[in-house]
Structure formats: C-alpha cells, structure tokens
Ligand binder design. Structure first.
Ligand code: SF4
Length: 291
C-alpha cells in the first residue's frame, strides 16, 4: 500500500506510516489476515499496487506503531514482548505477533494493547475474542505452554472523567479487560474454518469466478430503524427497530414514520480499503438506488 502525504506532514511520520510494523514474516496468513473477510483479503491482494491511504488518516495506526516501538523498553523478567509465533496447518503457515505474555507458575497470560473507544470497551467485541483466542491457540501449539488468561489492555482514546459513574463506563483511561478463553479443540476448529473460508475465496480468485460475499457482520451492517416524528418538532419522538410498533406510535401521536435505512459501514466508509473495486458493494448501492 502506498502512503500519500497530501497535506505536507513531516516526512519522518510518512516513513513511519509506510513501514509495515506488523510483518507477517514467511507466513501465508497472519492472525489478522485469517480473521479478515476472505473477500477483503483477496481484493487487497489483487489491487495491492493501487491501494493508498493518506498519512493524515493514519493517526491511530501511527500511535499504535509508536507504542510497539517503545514497549520493549519497559520489559522485565517474566514477561515476553512482541513474540511472533509460526505454525503449519495442512501445509499453510500461520503466524501471529503477541504484544505481551506474562509467565506465571500456572501458565501464560496474554495481553493485547488496543487504542480504542469507551463504547468498544463497554460492548462485547467478538473480534477481540477471536483474535486473542487465536494467539492463545498459537502459544499452546507452538510453545506447548498452557494459556490461563487472555486480556485486552485498552488505551481509551475518548475517555472522559465526567462519564465515570455511568453504567458500565470504564473507571480509568487504561482499562484491562478479561476475554473469554476457549478450549483448545474449539480454537482449532475455528482456525480450520477460517482457513477453509480463505481457501475457497482464493480458488474463486484464481479461477476468476465471483468471490464469496462479505457477510452482514463483516460489512458492519447497522440495523434499519424507524423514527416516529411530528410536524413542527425537530427531533424524533422515538426511534424504534420495529416498523409496526413505530406505525402504532405515529398514529397515537398524530405523527409519521421516517425510515432510516441501515448501512454497511465498512463499505460506505471504505474501512476495508477496497470498496472501489468491490462488485458486491456496487450491487448493493444499485439496489439501494432502485428502492
Ligand atoms: S466494500 Fe464491503 S462488501 Fe466489498 S469487500 Fe469491502 S467490506 Fe466487503
């Protein structure tokens, strides 16, 4: 991917942004790639020479890289920082780089640093659970060490002292979360399923047939909602998920219902980076236009 500098940011920042800090070494799939939607992975490979991002849109990636660069300075006995592990599954090499491992008498506790939002900390993030469990699986497979805990060390970007006390709001700006630990067989099954999904997608790409579509979850599809409104009032009386309920309320309130269509946010915001070349996205835009 090419990093552009359209707004004259100092060159060293561009150099830092251009460095692939998370090299996947000689592996075919990093854990991140294995977890990414197969369609995104294939399109990124297909259009790698045309992918670009401006350095001004990469602030959190830059800070993430900076954190990893300095993290090793704080390392101490009993802790392992930034270890990349490799293993082979049915001839495919998988690797994962683990931010931090704490050696305890009972086993290893894994940590992953995340620059994230308070909202993310307050809501279940299935991607974090999958990622940490794949790291746990790697440690058990490669290092033959028992894994006893998985933790996210969240560095909360938008934390506000004023919101402390609200239900579920993190008490501090650095917040450690426990992630559910899967048993080894469950994690192995999950690895095999991900590999199969990527294999199928690669076969489609090699044969020039349609790539498997991204799922609603992979597209970060938000739900369609129905706002009950009344003439002369700026804000909605209520926003509901059920159309019938909204229509009944609108009748009672002598108002009307405004449909707010759900949105595939990963596509519309081009968070996958390949929206420009995705026929699934193009088709969904055309469909939305028809409606
Ligand atoms: S644009 Fe949407 S559907 Fe297409 S690859 Fe990206 S996330 Fe998937």
């Amino acid at each position: 991917m090419k990093v552009t500098n359209h707004h004259n940011v100092p060159a060293p920042l561009v150099t830092l942004a251009s460095q692939e800090y998370y090299s996947k070494g000689a592996s075919q799939y990093s854990v991140t790639e294995l977890l990414s939607p197969p369609r995104v992975r294939r399109l990124r490979e297909q259009y790698k020479d045309r992918l670009e991002q401006d350095v001004t849109d990469m602030m959190w990636q830059l800070l993430g890289s900076a954190l990893h660069v300095v993290m090793e300075r704080g390392i101490m006995p009993g802790w392992i920082s930034e270890e990349r592990l490799f293993t082979d599954v049915n001839g495919v090499t998988i690797s994962g780089q683990i931010d931090l491992q704490e050696e305890t008498p009972d086993g290893v506790v894994l940590y992953d640093y995340k620059f994230t939002s308070a909202w993310a900390v307050m809501n279940d993030k299935v991607e974090w659970e999958e990622q940490l469990n794949l790291y746990g699986w790697l440690v058990q497979t490669v290092r033959r060490r028992r894994v006893t805990g998985l933790k996210i060390c969240a560095l909360i970007r938008d934390w506000s002292r004023h919101d402390v006390g609200k239900e579920g709001y993190p008490q501090r700006q650095i917040h450690v979360l426990d992630i559910p630990l899967w048993d080894y067989d469950t994690a192995t099954k999950f690895v095999l399923e991900r590999l199969e999904a990527h294999r199928e997608s690669k076969v489609s790409a090699d044969w020039g047939t349609d790539l498997p579509p991204c799922t609603a979850q992979e597209r970060w599809q938000s739900e369609t909602t129905y706002a009950v409104k009344r003439e002369g009032r700026k804000t909605a009386i209520r926003v509901l998920k059920d159309l019938n309920e909204a229509q009944q309320l609108a009748e009672k309130e002598k108002g009307y219902v405004e449909t707010r269509p759900g949105e595939p946010k990963r596509c519309t915001g081009n968070y996958c980076g390949v929206a420009a070349w995705c026929d699934q996205y193009r088709a969904s835009l055309a469909e939305a236009e028809r409606q």
